[in-house]
Design a protein around this ligand. Structure first.
Ligand SMILES: Cc1cc2nc3c(=O)[nH]c(=O)nc-3n(C[C@H](O)[C@H](O)[C@H](O)COP(=O)(O)OP(=O)(O)OC[C@H]3O[C@@H](n4cnc5c(N)ncnc54)[C@H](O)[C@@H]3O)c2cc1C
Length: 501
């Protein structure tokens, strides 16, 4: 059996950071195992190539269970199944959460994860030229910058946001983390920069960095309370590799919870139900699943506006109420969304809103002990009435922005939700994922926590989780920048704790 010091499971946003940082130590043998392929189609490298990418090639096509909160609809949950993971197919928006999100983590048991403590890791991830270097990175692998392509849609949207009282902040990742903003994108020279592009590919020639792609991990090997390696299937052959030091799970919010459960680490009753021997009774595994929901307000227009990316890279983060976190994100799409029973105007645009601090919590659970079967994903959308109320407020904010004088030049008229009709039903019928599931292996020291603040799995030695799943609560915007910082911090911790001489 081949042995490595570190085995990183999942070559997505977090896995690429971990493999690159851990292999900086030339004496450490590092294996990165990814179920997807090493390369994707050319469209993957274009900004927002996502709609052009043939789905089955590099995508996880997961579906949620029917959601009572959204009129029993099942929601498509795509994810990247390729080196770079979801950072290879995402919308490239590079935004940190509001500082109060991370301070909340630290206040609730994630010691060491406050914003000031995470800031060095956020800075380490990026190069953000022209920004305040006290808050932004200057020599990190990810090139974070706003687009240089100005478009009429973004300028109009910015005008409307300002007219509605949402003033422009000079840097949403800087001092003032609310208001309208020009979003930094992760990319350089007009190309997407996934975590694989930024971190992994530049160092693939390191002799101590080993890569197994198209290698599907089916379980962690846990012996006498210690994780000693992983088992994966590659081209029909089952391989087992040993971890002399540690295994680090970075298979994403669904994948990491699924692998822990398949390996006998999780709520004992559930594991027994599906016929998996219980190695560690950890009730929080797969719990605390949550995600942002977005919803469209559609406008018919006399003329078609355009944006550079299919959506405007101008956005806004605003408050639905009195909370410290700006919990509503607003976006402009340069096409009218298709709304059931209303139809799609020929010409128009969509102002989309998302509630980004949801209270509803769901689960990831196994259907069977077969690793090939996708798990049951239940984000429990809109189960908490506070989320419904916040979505209603957010809808009001989006509609108000859509009515501002700045749109006059386009002759815009709202077609959905439009006049009449029940707005709660409209939201339940039309809300969809904003693609940011987190939380199934959350950090903490309470009975439902899965990992401790150093990301070690409670009750299993030499096993950590480091990806979007460890977040105790969701950042109030896209979570990719936070995943990069989580993985940077994790790599530091693993190297600090290294058992090798
Ligand atoms: C369509 C879309 C658009 C998005 N847009 C944005 C955006 O603009 N801005 C933003 O901040 N965030 C965005 N996100 C979210 C962001 O990309 C993710 O939150 C982030 O990539 C999660 O990182 P991760 O490392 O936790 O998981 P991932 O990046 O998903 O990586 C998990 C990896 O593990 C692999 N894996 C899983 N199971 C196994 C197994 N059994 N064996 C081996 N490998 C396995 C997967 O194939 C994958 O490569 C978007 C996501 C999507 C899907």
């Amino acid at each position: 059996m081949t042995a490595y010091d570190y085995v990183v499971v999942g070559g997505g946003t977090a896995g690429c950071v971990l493999a690159a940082r851990l292999s900086e130590d030339a004496a450490a043998e590092v294996l990165l195992v990814e179920t997807g392929s090493a390369l994707g189609p050319p469209a993957m490298h274009l900004p927002v190539g996502f709609p052009l990418i043939p789905a089955k090639e590099i995508l996880w096509s997961r579906w949620t269970t029917p959601q009572p909160g959204t009129l029993s609809r099942s929601h498509h949950w795509p994810g990247g199944r390729v080196l770079g993971g979801s950072s290879s197919i995402n919308a490239m928006m590079h935004v940190r959460g509001h500082r109060s999100v991370y301070d909340g983590w630290a206040d609730n048991g994630a010691k060491g994860w406050s914003y000031p403590e995470l800031l060095p890791y956020f800075r380490r991830t990026e190069t953000a030229i022209g920004r305040n270097p006290a808050l932004r990175g200057v020599i990190g692998p990810v090139w974070a910058a706003p687009t240089t392509q100005l478009d009429d849609g973004s300028l109009t949207f910015l005008g409307a946001l300002t007219e509605a009282g949402h003033d422009l902040t000079d840097d949403i990742n800087g001092e003032r983390q609310h208001g309208a903003f020009w979003c930094d994108l992760a990319g350089a020279g007009g190309r997407r920069q996934s975590a694989a592009d930024a971190y992994l590919i530049p160092v693939l020639d390191r002799p101590n960095l080993h890569l197994a792609t198209e290698a599907d991990v089916s379980r962690l090997v846990i012996e006498h309370g210690r994780c000693t390696g992983v088992e994966y299937t590659s081209f029909g052959t089952v391989e087992r590799v040993e971890a002399r030091g540690e295994v680090i799970l970075a298979a994403g919010t669904v994948g990491s919870a699924q692998l822990l459960l398949l390996s006998g680490v999780g709520p004992a009753a559930h594991l027994r139900d599906v016929g998996i021997p219980v190695l560690a009774d950890l009730p929080g595994v797969g719990a605390n699943l949550h995600d942002h929901l977005q919803c469209p307000v559609v406008f018919e227009a006399g003329r078609q506006l355009t944006t550079s990316h299919g959506f405007s890279t101008v956005g806004a983060l605003v408050h639905s109420g009195a909370s410290a976190v700006p919990d509503v994100q607003l976006m402009l799409l340069d096409a009218p969304a298709d709304i059931a029973d209303v139809g799609t105007p020929e010409c128009g645009h969509t102002v989309a809103f998302a509630h980004t601090s949801p209270a509803s919590r769901g689960t990831v659970r196994l259907r069977s002990p077969n690793p090939g079967r996708l798990p049951l994903i239940d984000p429990n959308y809109l189960a908490d009435s506070a989320d419904v109320s916040a979505m209603l407020v957010a809808l009001g904010i989006a509609r108000e922005i859509g009515r501002m004088p700045a749109w006059g030049q386009w002759g815009a008229r709202e077609t959905a939700p439009g006049k009449g009709g029940d707005l709660v039903t409209y939201i339940r019928r039309n809300a969809a994922t904003f693609y940011n599931p987190v939380g199934t292996c959350r950090i903490g020291m309470d009975d439902l926590a899965v990992v401790d603040p150093d990301l070690r799995v409670h009750g299993v030695e030499d096993l950590r989780v480091a990806d979007a799943s460890v977040m105790p609560s969701i950042p109030n915007t896209g979570v990719n920048a936070t995943v990069l910082a989580v993985a940077e911090r994790a790599a530091d911790t693993v190297r600090r704790d290294a058992k090798r001489p």
